[in-house]
Design a protein around this ligand. Structure first.
Ligand code: NDP
Length: 468
């Protein structure tokens, strides 16, 4: 549907710097229409049996599977990520998110609390109404579906906004909804700017529940509007994740996985490890091996098979990352590799590419080590003891994820118990089981997504107490 006020935004391919499409610059009036449609659709959708809702979600999942190549190409072009990554990770994961919640609701159950001879309680979990879902640009369809799927599965209707920087796959999802004749008004996707459409969704009196993934500052702004309206809020925010590597780790695995966790998706994954702490005994050996692997990462046109590092998502974001590289130098960091924009030949000559960048000699309190850069920039820092590693890892206001590399189970358990992070990986990274809770502590967020946690978030518990 065209935007009511007829305004559009350019959509840019970050690998070429060229505008290749337009998206609606929707406004409050469009959000009003979407919320009204969602409100009208709620009674019918929420009264479907779980088997019927499950079937609808499976149809979406199957359609994503059938269009995997088209969606992956669109994601790569829109975001700048290697096509190989979009094909292997982003789109399969979006498909699996719908499938997971399509089946999860079939196996969900409610709590009963028995009071013996006095009575018993059972707790219903009922859908809430219209859910507002707002997602970022780094894993566009993957994160969009991570909210939409549980919201719909739980029986809510949805008004959702993708990032205006990466709207393409959300648009293609609308086409899928049309093709499978998905019930009108149940899922409404509104394109536009965060400050306009996003803010209007959050402030609308009929969006009863807000699920947001994005930056910590935006999360604060959203809370300040939604909390006084007593909306249910889930916030998945920024991170500044630590990789803690002990002397006794499996060296090859630790190096290879640390390179991947530092630079996958150009370092633009909230779970990327950007502070790498290495125990003194292997510091020099690790540094040498790490830099060798980083030098071998191919920065290339995202559409090429050999591309391991694609484009940064936008010119603005590229400039932000480059300004952090300058800051790291000003703060006394020693540049070990990278540190500059990369100019490619041919089709991508005007694209936004940055070389994978590694610094050392930076204090744990400097801005480079405290603030989220969200790009291909990491720091290496040595540590002596477990206690020191813990203090360093816990020294930022964030608490999203951490990785621990050791062959001593006791060290792993002690560290895992004390690290300030909602997600901890031992001797691995990004190994995901969709049933597990996902999210961060401190300034990395409020609430958890994933598994049955998300179904709980998108429902209202109602306890019924019966006297015998
Ligand atoms: P932003 O916070 O800038 O934007 C996220 C979404 O919110 C976008 O759709 C944006 O729209 C919208 N938005 C912006 N302002 C408002 C507002 N006032 N009200 C409502 N919506 C608004 O984040 P980015 O898109 O830059 O994404 C990067 C951030 O996301 C990083 O900090 C990263 O760590 C975090 N993130 C966290 C994850 C987690 O699970 N914890 C996972 C992935 C990313 P628009 O694009 O139009 O501005």
């Amino acid at each position: 549907m065209a935007p009511v006020e007829g305004q559009y935004l350019d959509n840019i391919d970050p690998s070429t710097g060229e505008t290749y499409g337009r998206i609606p610059r929707s406004q409050q009036s469009d959000v009003n229409l979407a919320v009204s449609a969602a409100k009208d659709a709620f009674p019918a959708w929420s009264s479907l049996s779980i088997q019927e809702r499950s079937l609808w979600l499976m149809k979406i999942s199957d359609a994503i599977h059938d269009k995997l190549d088209v969606l992956a190409l669109a994601e790569s072009k829109d975001n700048g990520k290697p096509l190989k990554l979009a094909t292997a990770v982003d789109i399969p994961r979006a498909r699996d998110n719908f499938k997971f919640y399509a089946t999860a609701i079939l196996h969900d159950s409610y709590d009963v609390h028995d009071m013996g001879s006095s009575g018993f309680n059972y707790t219903l979990r009922q859908p809430i109404g219209v859910a507002g879902c707002i997602s970022p640009w780094n894993l566009p369809l993957y994160l969009f579906s991570w909210k939409i799927a549980p919201a719909l599965a739980a029986g809510n209707t949805v008004v959702a906004k993708p990032s205006e920087v990466t709207p393409a796959t959300a648009y293609l999802l609308c086409e899928i909804l049309d093709e499978i004749h998905f019930p009108k008004g149940v899922l409404n996707i509104v394109h536009g700017l965060g400050s306009e459409v996003g803010a209007a969704i959050v402030a609308h009196e009929d969006t009863n529940i807000i699920s947001f993934t994005g930056g910590t500052q935006t999360g604060k702004a959203i809370s300040s509007v939604a909390a006084p309206m007593f909306k249910k809020i889930s916030l998945e925010l920024g991170g500044k994740n630590a990789n803690v590597i002990f002397d006794d780790c499996d060296f090859e695995d630790a190096v290879n996985t640390s390179v991947r966790s530092a630079f996958a998706n150009q370092g633009q994954i909230c779970l990327c490890g950007s502070r790498i702490y290495i125990q003194q005994g292997i510091y020099d050996k690790f540094k040498t091996a790490f830099l060798e692997r980083v030098a071998g990462l191919t920065i290339a046109d995202p559409l090429l098979e050999e591309s391991r590092m694609g484009a940064i998502v936008s010119r603005d974001h590229m400039n932000k990352v480059l300004s952090y590289i300058e800051l790291a130098k000003e703060e006394g960091g020693k540049l070990l590799i990278g540190g500059q924009q990369v100019k490619l030949e041919g089709r991508c000559a005007n694209g936004y590419f940055i070389a994978p960048t590694v610094f050392e000699n930076l204090s744990s309190t400097c801005r480079t080590n405290q603030e989220e850069i969200f790009g291909p920039v990491v720091t290496l820092t040595p540590f002596e003891t477990e206690k020191e590693a813990l203090e360093l890892a816990n020294s930022t206001p964030y608490g999203l994820a951490a990785t621990i590399w050791t062959s001593d189970l006791k060290t792993a358990h002690r560290m895992a118990g004390q690290l300030h992070a909602g997600i901890i990986w031992v001797n691995c990274w990004l190994l995901r089981d969709l049933r597990t809770p996902f999210g961060g502590m401190k300034q990395s967020g409020v609430g958890r997504e994933g598994g049955f946690e998300a179904l709980r978030f998108f429902t209202e518990p109602k306890n019924i107490c019966i006297k015998i």
